[in-house]
Design a protein around this ligand. Structure first.
Ligand SMILES: Nc1nc2c(ncn2[C@@H]2O[C@H](COP(=O)(O)OP(=O)(O)OP(=O)(O)O)[C@@H](O)[C@H]2O)c(=O)[nH]1
Length: 835
């Protein structure tokens, strides 16, 4: 269809008609050309898909419509013609406005202004039309109004989107928390409010026209020049589209701050712009710095540090840990912390430690640690629980300080504080400490202890005549001698000057204290060689005893001091007990000791013999030698009166040797008188453990000219037990010598059959205890049976009644001793033999 089909007249109708934009009264004749032009325009309109064209008549009915117009309205061409204009497109609330324009066009004959119209097609599509109304004259008369619409819907939508985007972007720019700067040709063109805030600038004018480099220090922290570095970043942003980097800026007050920069290159109208987003990262940088510092502290700490996870598995160790312990990360990572315990502290200790950490997040204390080499070292351990943001334990940190040196110097300091500088003996401080300990032990155990207070006699003279240095040397030597006189458990201290105090812990009795005091007195009296001087000095000693002389430290020390004063009064070079009663006992003991020495020298000892008879035959087979002391004033003394003192005074060996020699000589005399029998001699422990025991025995036999098998040595079970490791060899040596060995007092002590078999014992003497108060038949029977099985001779001592003798005979005992034996001797007229 062409416009001609719808026009009521032929095309010449248009010849005088000015078309759009032409004047309503044109000049009468250039006509044909114009007609041709219009025809071509109409044809073009007819055909164009871009412009929707329709015309209406005075009645408002559509007279012409091109295909594009029908398409745009969504109606068929046929359905359009004769319809009102609004049948094509309804204009909503602007319908009246459009009608007014149409009226205007008819009235004025002028085209309406071009405008955008939002319309709705009959099918419901929403469109934007770029529209105008053009009145068309026919032969000078206005006959039609052409409506020309271009569909601009898509352009309109794009334009809206652009506006929206622009608005959004503006808002983003204005409201962003991040500073945003727009840089054109290297100069800042715009800056948002966040930028003002970040750079502490009063207004955008401070930025505009300046370069980013103007807000940077000359150099960045890494040393690069800011200007050059900024250019490099711009170049990269330009090449890659954007570039992200950390940058040190200066704000308007000149204060530096760290920022993360995202520089985006934008091309707009052939110009390069940078859209620069600046975000303050001071907090992150400072956290990074803190982390870096923490890492440095961890790595460079001189203390060994171990980090574990919450299950106490090691996740990191520092260099110092490896240096101190010798363990490497490979050794430790992934292992439980407990693997590296030294083994000194027990499980209960660590249970307490972890319990405290569980409740307080921390534990600190001293422990023993072990290096990889196995070496132990004292360590200060600090264990701390580390909690995460949810307050859950995420890690544990163990800091281990090697305190070997500290301990050593503490030890040294303590030693200095507690010891005398000259002699290195404990000083008064340590003495009081030890005394307090010893006292509480004694109180607990109910035992005794002694305090010896010593003062050298006339020490001042040595100082005055030979000088302090010699005096000092002498004091040192005295200290050394004192140490040799006491046991390890005792304490020797120097109080200052020439005074010493000694604690004798856990003494068996006052004799022990007296004995040590005597030994000390003796030891101090021995001559000293100091330089070219041969010196003599003596000491006065006061002794106090816990509990009898006081039960606290002060009293005991004071009383020992008083006793020492008495010793000085008593002529020096002696010791005194604090209590008179003890003094008397000690004086007596001392006189016994002196007497014993004299007795040895002057031959005041004597032997008596107790017969040993054969039960079966009544024959005298041996005699036991028993010692007596013929005291010049006290008469004949039994051993009970003096053996104890002899033991303490170390006189058992010389006395025992005298007995040995005398007994052998007596046996020789019996043999010479026709009584061939053995002699039995009791050995003391002191003799038994003497190294030259065998030599002494041999000498006694040789001296008397007695064959060894006539000598019987009697030992108690206690002696054999206390003889220690040498018991067996000593017994073997004696046996090898040919003497016979007898076990005295059998059945009261150790009596282990098994052990007895290991020793070369010839004879068992049933202890007198089994005879007392009626014989213990079962015990006697057992002992005899046992001795038989070991082929030993059995003898019973202390046989006092005929009934006991009958029992022994019945049970098969070999020999007997005691009142019954002596009676038999008398009855047989043999009582003179042993006199
Ligand atoms: N060499 C030396 N002498 C000291 C030291 N401390 C004190 N003295 C002297 O030791 C002497 C102690 O003398 P005294 O105990 O008072 O008297 P003494 O001469 O021993 O006479 P008696 O105790 O009465 O027997 C004094 O001369 C002190 O100066 C010391 O560290 N070194």
């Amino acid at each position: 269809m062409t416009p001609h089909d719808h026009l009521p007249h032929s095309t010449p109708e248009f010849t005088q008609v000015p078309v759009a934009y032409s004047h309503p009264n044109p000049a009468p004749n250039p006509a044909l050309a114009a007609l041709d032009l219009i025809a071509r325009i109409v044809a073009a309109l007819e055909l164009t898909p871009l412009v929707a064209v329709c015309s209406i008549d005075r009645a408002g009915r559509i007279r012409f419509c091109n295909q594009a117009c029908a398409d745009l309205s969504g109606l068929a061409l046929d359905a359009v013609l004769g319809q009102p204009l609004k049948a094509l497109f309804s204009r909503g609330d602007r319908e009246a406005e459009h009608d007014a324009l149409v009226d205007e066009a008819w009235r004025t004959g002028r085209p309406s202004p071009i405008g955008d119209w939002h319309v709705r097609t009959p099918g419901g599509r929403e469109l934007w039309l770029y529209s105008t109304l053009v009145p068309v004259y026919h032969e000078g008369e206005l006959t039609q109004v052409f409506c020309m619409d271009v569909d601009v819907t898509s352009r309109k939508v794009d334009a809206d989107a652009l506006v929206t985007a622009g608005v959004n972007f503006r808002q983003l720019f204005q409201k962003s928390d991040d500073a945003i700067l727009l840089v054109r040709n290297g100069l800042i063109e715009e800056a948002n409010p966040a930028a003002m805030q970040l750079f502490k600038c009063p207004g955008p004018a401070v930025f505009v026209g300046r370069r980013l480099a103007d807000f940077s220090p000359v150099q960045q922290p890494g040393g690069a020049l800011s200007e050059a570095a900024a250019l490099r970043h711009e170049e990269r942003a330009h090449q890659q589209g954007n570039c992200r980097y950390d940058w040190r800026y200066l704000d308007c007050s000149g204060t530096p701050f760290w920022a993360e920069v995202l520089m985006t290159s934008v091309t707009l109208n052939h110009e390069h712009l940078f859209y620069v987003l600046v975000r303050d990262i001071s907090v992150r940088k400072s956290a990074e710095r803190t982390l870096y510092l923490a890492a440095q502290v961890f790595e460079n700490s001189r203390d060994a540090i171990v980090l574990t996870d919450h299950e106490r598995h090691i996740i990191s160790i520092n260099r110092a840990y490896s240096e101190i312990t010798g363990y490497s990360s490979d050794d430790m990572l992934g292992k439980p912390l407990s693997v590296y315990r030294s083994g000194i502290e027990d499980e209960a200790f660590f249970r307490k430690v972890w319990h405290q950490i569980d409740t307080t997040d921390h534990w600190q204390g001293e422990i023993w640690s072990r290096r990889k080499s196995g070496e132990l070292f004292p360590a200060l351990l600090a264990l701390t629980a580390i909690r995460d943001g949810h307050d859950q334990i995420s890690n544990y940190m163990a800091i281990v300080s090697d305190i070997t040196e500290r301990k050593r110097s503490e030890e040294q300091t303590r030693h200095l504080a507690e010891h005398d500088f000259l002699t290195d003996l404990p000083n008064r401080v340590l003495l009081l400490d030890r005394l307090s300990l010893a006292l509480s032990t004694a109180r607990r155990k109910g035992s005794m202890l002694a305090i010896l207070f010593l003062d050298l006699d006339r020490f001042k003279q040595i100082n005055d005549t030979l000088g302090h240095q010699v005096g000092d040397q002498l004091l040192k030597e005295v200290a050394a001698r004192l140490l040799k006189c006491v046991r390890k458990v005792d304490t020797v201290s120097r109080q200052g000057g020439d005074e010493f105090v000694i604690i004798l812990a856990d003494i068996g009795g006052i004799d022990h204290a007296a004995h040590v005091a005597g030994t000390i007195r003796q030891a101090i009296c021995q001559p000293y060689a100091i330089g070219e001087h041969a010196l003599h000095v003596s000491t006065s000693i006061g002794v106090s005893i816990y509990p009898s002389d006081g039960d606290d430290i002060d009293t005991l020390v004071k009383n020992a001091d008083i006793a020492m004063y008495h010793a000085k009064q008593g002529g020096r070079n002696n010791f005194q007990f604090f209590s008179t009663e003890m003094n008397e006992r000690i004086v007596e003991r001392a006189s016994v000791e002196q007497g014993l020495r004299r007795a040895l020298a002057e031959g005041q000892f004597a032997l008596v013999f107790e017969p040993e008879l054969d039960i079966a035959t009544g024959a005298l087979v041996a005699a036991e030698a028993l010692i007596r002391w013929r005291h010049p004033e006290l008469g004949l003394l039994l051993p009970e009166r003096f053996i104890g003192v002899a033991e303490e005074a170390g006189l058992m060996v010389p006395i025992g040797n005298w007995v040995l020699r005398e007994a052998c000589r007596q046996a020789r005399r019996w043999h010479d008188g026709g009584h061939t029998m053995a002699v039995a001699v009791n050995l003391s422990l002191a003799q038994f453990v003497q190294r030259d025991l065998v030599d002494n025995v041999r000498a006694a036999l040789d001296d008397a000219g007695l064959e060894p098998h006539w000598l019987e040595l009697e030992l108690t079970e206690a002696i054999i037990m206390k003889g220690g490791g040498t018991t067996a060899t000593t017994l073997e040596s004696l046996r090898a010598l040919g003497v016979r060995l007898s076990l005295d007092d059998f059945g009261t002590g150790w009596s282990q059959l098994g052990q007895l078999k290991d020793y070369p014992i010839d004879k068992l003497k049933i202890a007198q205890a089994f005879m007392l108060g009626g014989a213990d038949e079962t015990a006697i029977r057992t002992i005899i049976a046992m001795a038989r099985s070991m082929r030993m001779t059995v003898i019973a001592e202390g046989v006092e009644t005929p009934g006991q003798l009958a029992l022994l005979r019945r049970e098969g005992c070999d020999l007997y001793q005691g009142l019954q034996a002596e009676a038999a001797m008398r009855d047989g007229g043999l009582d003179g033999v042993l006199q």
